[in-house]
Design a protein around this ligand. Structure first.
Ligand code: GUN
Ligand code: ZN
Length: 427
């Protein structure tokens, strides 16, 4: 048993229903009691100290204790090509992404990048990632191996592509099925690791491959499935060309059994009314990648409309189409995209999206993303005065949300003072 002291923000409701600020309880001098990787109790520091007088105490002072951030869509193999200039989606994939992803059949390279990736994201306060790997099983082993070493709860899978990609980056319908199955048998459920079935997107899979992966998902309904949808207009037109019999982009996936609860649909910017309604009806998840959508020039995700409709929505960096490893920067971008769409997303809503909301979107809302008894102890301490610019603004704050918002808008890895994964201090 150990006590962590600091300010505590505890979400007990979704801030997209009712007044956002009423969704969370703020404890000015709070404590989180952890034992064997689990949160035992959350409350006033004085009360918990009196209840557990012998427990060792780590006092983070004024820092804000929060669940670790949950990043629901990343491509860890794109770590080294983040911030590559001047292309839109299809050209960006061909110019920058595919040449780099081609190197991940080399286990040494894959391990080196996976280690760098987890060093960067944990420094940014992220304790759960959902990653596309490359077509190579070695890239999946490197990803899960690096996460396991750090005690992280992460999810990911082998990216499947059997057309419209370079020779060295194509599998087949059969090898995609066989390799994915072998990898999920190797990794799924080991420690806190989960396998995700991962067809990259409709343009890079033949109907045969989508069918094989739909069959694999039907055999393993306990898994999540991730893919991309409706990110750019050129991509949507290409999908219509490749799958003329499909009613729309979503219908391509649905025909192959890939639209169910547990489907994580990345980007989802230019959806039709039918697609929005159908995704809602099925309760599949939408993943908002705001820095990426601006960086690659994709468009504005309709957070307000989709939330009002009741969609299950996660937030994500989409590294390296996204331009940051930080969920703070990603919250800021989500705010900016909201403003451009006429909706000011409240800081409580942004924080929830990066923690409990994202956990719900990946169906782990009962395990991570909240500071509450029984939850896994993935916890970060945030310095709300991490730079002079932030500190001078936060000094004027009249409530906790005004104190947090400057860190959301201007914060980076300097704001992350400490990180615990599964109750163990990582940094
Ligand atoms: N669509 C298919 N692959 C990708 C990718 O790697 N990044 C982004 N942003 N979109 C994609
Ligand atoms: Zn992506």
């Amino acid at each position: 048993m150990e006590l962590l002291l600091g300010q505590v923000l505890q979400f007990n409701n979704t801030p997209f229903e009712g007044r956002p600020e009423d969704a969370a309880l703020h404890i000015r001098r709070g404590a989180v009691a952890i034992k064997d990787g689990t949160i035992l109790d959350v409350g006033e520091a004085d009360t918990l100290r009196a209840a557990h007088p012998d427990a060792p105490v780590t006092d983070m002072g004024d820092a804000l204790l929060s669940p670790g951030f949950v990043d629901t869509h990343v491509h860890y193999p794109q770590t080294a090509i983040i911030a590559s200039w001047g292309k839109r989606l299809i050209d960006w994939l061909n110019s920058y992404t595919f040449p780099e992803e081609g190197r991940f059949g080399d286990a040494g390279h894959a391990t080196e990048v996976a280690e760098t990736y987890f060093d960067l994201v944990t420094a940014s306060g992220t304790t759960t990632t959902v990653s596309y790997c490359t077509i190579h099983p070695e890239s999946v082993d490197a990803y899960f191996g690096a996460a396991q070493k750090r005690g992280l709860r992460v999810l990911g899978g082998k990216t499947c592509m059997d057309r419209n990609a370079p020779d060295n980056l194509r599998d087949t319908a059969k090898s995609a099925y066989d390799d994915s199955k072998a990898l999920l048998e190797r990794w799924h459920g080991q420690d806190r690791l989960s396998y995700v079935i991962t067809p990259r997107f409709a343009p890079t899979s033949t109907p045969e491959q989508l069918e094989a992966l739909g069959a694999l998902w039907a055999e393993h309904p306990e898994l999540l499935m991730q893919t991309h949808i409706s990110e750019q207009h050129e991509e949507i037109a290409w999908v219509a060309d490749l799958f003329p019999e499909a009613e729309d982009y979503l219908d391509v996936y649905e025909k192959f059994g890939l639209v169910k609860p547990g489907a994580l649909l990345g980007h989802a910017i230019h959806l039709t009314e039918r697609e929005r309604d159908r995704i809602r009806e099925v309760d599949a998840s939408l993943i908002h990648c705001p820095t990426s959508n601006m960086f690659i020039g994709s468009g504005l995700f309709d957070m307000n409309g989709l939330m009002t409709q009741g969609h299950r929505i996660g937030l994500a960096t989409d590294t390296g189409g996204g331009s940051s490893f930080s969920m703070l920067r990603t919250m800021a971008a989500a705010y900016e995209v909201g403003q451009l769409s006429g909706f000011a997303i409240h800081p409580a809503q942004l924080w929830w999206l990066a923690t409990a909301g994202s956990a719900n979107a990946i169906h782990l809302g009962d395990k991570i993303g909240r500071l509450a008894p029984g939850y896994e102890a993935d916890i970060i301490a945030i310095d709300l005065d991490s730079t002079p610019a932030i500190a001078q603004r936060a000094a004027r704050a009249e409530d906790i949300w005004q104190a947090v918002f400057p860190t959301i808008m201007m914060g980076d890895d300097r704001a992350i003072s400490a990180v615990w994964a599964n109750g163990r201090k990582l940094r």
